[in-house]
Design a protein around this ligand. Structure first.
Ligand code: AMP
Ligand code: ZN
Length: 136
């Protein structure tokens, strides 16, 4: 298990590496992403080391109040009209830093919709996927 010595986000949580911290409570810390997708893009992380949301079923609930508080803070202070929250679990999902983090991304009237970021004409069979989840 990766520990505080080597994990970037453990070091940010401990204040050993500087960050633009916007929120903190006893379980979580939120700071601005250094490469934001939209103004105010923040990351919410647990203080303790958890690799991703699949690695520990308790971790997401632990940081949920911080996610909500951060979303509300950013929307209020920056005049955002909406917010996306997203967590990449695993390299195949785009995870690059292997300490659980939830992206909180304020969205504005001028932004392209989320659909602009994803495959527009999906050929995924939703009924088949639903069957796999519920029946197999
Ligand atoms: P992910 O691809 O979900 O693992 O996202 C990792 C995020 O961490 C990226 O959006 C990076 O821009 C961000 N990031 C990496 N290093 C730092 C840092 N030192 N401070 C703030 N954000 C960071
Ligand atoms: Zn860590």
């Amino acid at each position: 298990m990766m520990g505080a010595m080597t994990c970037l986000f453990c070091q940010i949580a401990a204040g050993e590496i500087p960050s633009n911290q916007v929120y903190a409570d006893d379980k979580a810390v939120a700071f601005l992403d250094i490469n934001p997708w939209h103004p105010g893009h923040a990351l919410v992380i647990p203080r303790r080391h958890v690799a991703d949301l699949l690695a520990d079923p308790e971790a997401l609930a632990e940081i949920a109040p911080a996610i909500s508080a951060t979303a509300k803070l950013l929307a209020g202070k920056l005049g955002a009209h909406g917010v996306n929250i997203l967590s990449n679990a695993g390299a195949v999902a785009g995870q690059e830093v292997f300490h659980l983090h939830v992206h909180v991304v304020p969205r504005y009237e001028s932004d392209p919709g989320l659909r602009a970021l994803v495959k527009p004409d999906s050929d995924i069979d939703v009924a088949e996927i639903y069957w796999k989840i519920t029946r197999s």
